[in-house]
Design a protein around this ligand. Structure first.
Ligand SMILES: Cc1ncc(COP(=O)(O)O)c(C=O)c1O
Length: 402
């Protein structure tokens, strides 16, 4: 990459730069899970370098050697992460929140499991809109809580929330585990949909754990509404989990936040054995502060580039991939593709088909629950050149089967 490009990361050239040969040299999960002839388009990491403001903040730590325990402020004063997130949430989603309610965590999944475990008993139900990000299902299994399945509608309908089904949901549910924006469908739930969920939570006295990690990756036409903004009563039963790790491509730096609207959930969380939770690391802290305090311009450029990619995926599937049904996501860089229309074995196991016949490594929809069978998830957060190579391989493999 030239100096010129690196000084102007908001240009398309910055996002166009990654090539397959550069990416194959990476040490992370995305480019190492599959063999050297497979193009990976699976896990939710992007192929772009992080924003320069972020890499500079981490580089500063290294050059100054400032790698001791991080400082999160004195007890009673808002921690810098809380202040940065409150400012980010106000600017990006119009959410006015108290920085004191923001607790730094090492990731999203750890507080997700602990908060649900502390609020429920073994066998209690947890409402989830399926298909869903696989660790949600794994987390319930790990702690012996029961899935109360609330499937979204079909791709043809645009994956709507089934408001009518809420009335007859299992009364044994104690928690609503919301994913908004939704992984894998890319839905950004509308206010009326969220209000139906809020009404359910109030009526059934549910704790709401709202994973909003994809909130920064919303495309024009949709608006992210934090669940906790639906009113004081709703906020008081909600724990929001989020981080800049998806939108700023820094998942390896392990830092997230839990925003506790529910005082009971917060007390229970703080009652957990502290050393079992680990502590945040200074690189994650520096990167997160840089992202939330200075990363807005880069993020807007990223979303613009991803928006073009999502339209390109949608058009390419429609034009060149008969047998696939897809609707461009409203958020996330993940395309959720219904492949049940492919002939024979390809339709039954599209993940295996694309891996073997196209040499493309997607996510297997079956991992997202029973309603994901026959689907695949494609990550389009890569340069247009790499994305085209992925799409060409998929289209060619389909052409050879038909
Ligand atoms: C909806 C959702 N939640 C949580 C995570 C993981 O977050 P973390 O690595 O902070 O646990 C992901 C990662 O892709 C995700 O898509």
């Amino acid at each position: 990459m030239t100096d010129h490009v690196s000084r102007h990361p908001q240009t398309a050239a910055w996002f166009d730069a990654p090539t397959v040969s550069d990416l194959r040299r990476r040490a992370g999960a995305k480019w190492n899970r599959f063999g050297p002839d497979i193009l990976p388009a699976w896990v939710a990491d992007m192929d772009f370098p992080p924003a320069p403001v972020v890499t500079e903040a981490v580089a500063d730590l290294l050059t100054t050697g400032d790698l001791g325990y991080p400082w999160l402020g004195v007890t009673g004063a808002p921690n810098p992460i809380g202040v940065a997130f409150a400012s980010w949430a106000a600017r990006r989603y119009g959410w006015e929140l108290d920085p004191d309610c923001v607790v730094p965590t090492i990731d999203v999944l750890q507080p997700l499991v602990h908060v649900i475990e502390a609020a429920t008993r073994p066998g209690d139900g947890v409402v989830i809109q399926t298909p869903i990000y696989p660790p949600f299902l794994a987390a319930l299994e790990m702690i012996g809580r029961r899935l109360v399945d609330h499937p979204l509608g079909s791709v043809a309908e645009g994956y709507p929330l089934d408001v009518d089904a809420l009335r007859t949901l299992d009364p044994g549910a104690r928690v609503l585990l919301l994913c908004n924006p939704h992984n894998p469908t890319g839905r950004v739930f509308r206010r009326d949909e969220l209000e139906a969920l809020a009404a359910l939570a109030l009526e059934r006295d549910l704790l709401v754990v709202s994973d909003e990690i994809h909130a920064d990756l919303v495309y024009p036409g949709a608006t992210h509404i934090p669940f906790a903004t639906l009113g004081p009563e709703v906020a008081a039963r909600t724990v929001t989990l989020t981080s800049p790790t998806k939108s700023f491509n820094i998942a390896g730096l392990r830092l997230a936040v839990a925003v506790f609207g529910s005082a009971t959930a917060e007390r229970r969380y703080h009652d957990l054995p502290r050393f079992g939770l680990g502590g945040v690391n200074s690189a994650g802290l520096a990167a997160t502060l840089a992202a939330w305090n200075h990363g807005e311009e880069w993020l807007d450029a990223l979303v613009g580039y991803l928006d073009d990619n999502r339209r390109h995926v949608e058009a390419t599937i429609a034009e060149r991939m008969p047998g696939l049904a897809h609707r461009a996501p409203e958020a996330t860089y993940l395309a959720w593709i219904d492949a049940r229309g492919l002939p024979g074995d390809a339709g039954a196991d599209p993940f295996g088909f694309f891996l073997e016949k196209a040499r493309v490594g997607l996510n297997d929809g079956a991992d997202f629950g029973v309603h994901g069978r026959g689907f695949v998830r494609l990550n389009f957060a890569t340069s247009r050149g790499v994305l085209d190579a992925v799409l060409d391989r998929m289209a060619d493999a389909i052409a050879r089967t038909t």
